[in-house]
Ligand binder design. Structure first.
Ligand SMILES: CC(C)(COP(=O)(O)OP(=O)(O)OC[C@H]1O[C@@H](n2cnc3c(N)ncnc32)[C@H](O)[C@@H]1OP(=O)(O)O)[C@@H](O)C(=O)NCCC(=O)NCCS
Length: 150
């Protein structure tokens, strides 16, 4: 288990050094356990999205992405939420989600939407998200749509 010394969440730029460090976190937490990786096309396609990290003593320990899709009007979509394995369960996910939600509110969004992996549903429920619709498959594992009024 790692140790939290000085945790700070912030928005970062696509393509920056921080972004590439965060891609490594995402690979470790979200892709490698499934035997998957990102393609350069997938990462290039993220250039218009909003990227957020939490840093502990200069090391990126958590990541989340936010996108606004035309069809979703005043709803921000949050994707790719990942906390490094050694610091999961220490409150970083909650802190990062509130940072992204606060940013969304400031931008004028009224709700937040996401696809939760099955095992992460209780985490998002603790944060006020409500699941709806049928369970569906994404990256080979069960997911559920969830929504929260900001
Ligand atoms: C899911 C994830 C982002 C949660 O972040 P985290 O930092 O571990 O969670 P936190 O410590 O902030 O937990 C916040 C609350 O949710 C609860 N919680 C977190 N994960 C939970 C789980 N799997 N089941 C039940 N409760 C959970 C915590 O107990 C805590 O509750 P409390 O504050 O009321 O006591 C993180 O564990 C992770 O990266 N997991 C692997 C990747 C993943 O599944 N990402 C989500 C893809 S949709």
């Amino acid at each position: 288990m790692g140790r939290i010394v000085n945790l700070e969440c912030r928005k970062i730029e696509h393509g920056s050094e921080d972004y590439w460090q965060a891609v490594e976190v995402r690979r470790d937490v979200l892709r490698r356990p499934l035997g998957l990786d990102y393609t350069s096309e997938q990462l290039n396609a993220e250039s218009s999205f909003h990227h957020f990290v939490c840093e502990n003593e200069g090391e990126i320990v958590a990541y989340a992405m936010a996108t606004s899709e035309e069809s979703m009007d005043l709803t921000i979509r949050i994707k790719q939420v990942a906390v490094i394995a050694g610091l999961q369960g220490t409150g970083i996910g909650r802190l990062l989600m509130s940072y992204v939600e606060e940013w969304g509110l400031e931008q004028g969004f009224e709700s937040a939407f996401l696809h939760s992996r099955g095992y992460a549903i209780p985490f998002y429920e603790r944060l006020g998200y409500v699941g709806y619709g049928d369970i569906f498959e994404e990256v080979g594992i069960p997911h559920q749509k969830m929504l929260k009024k900001l």
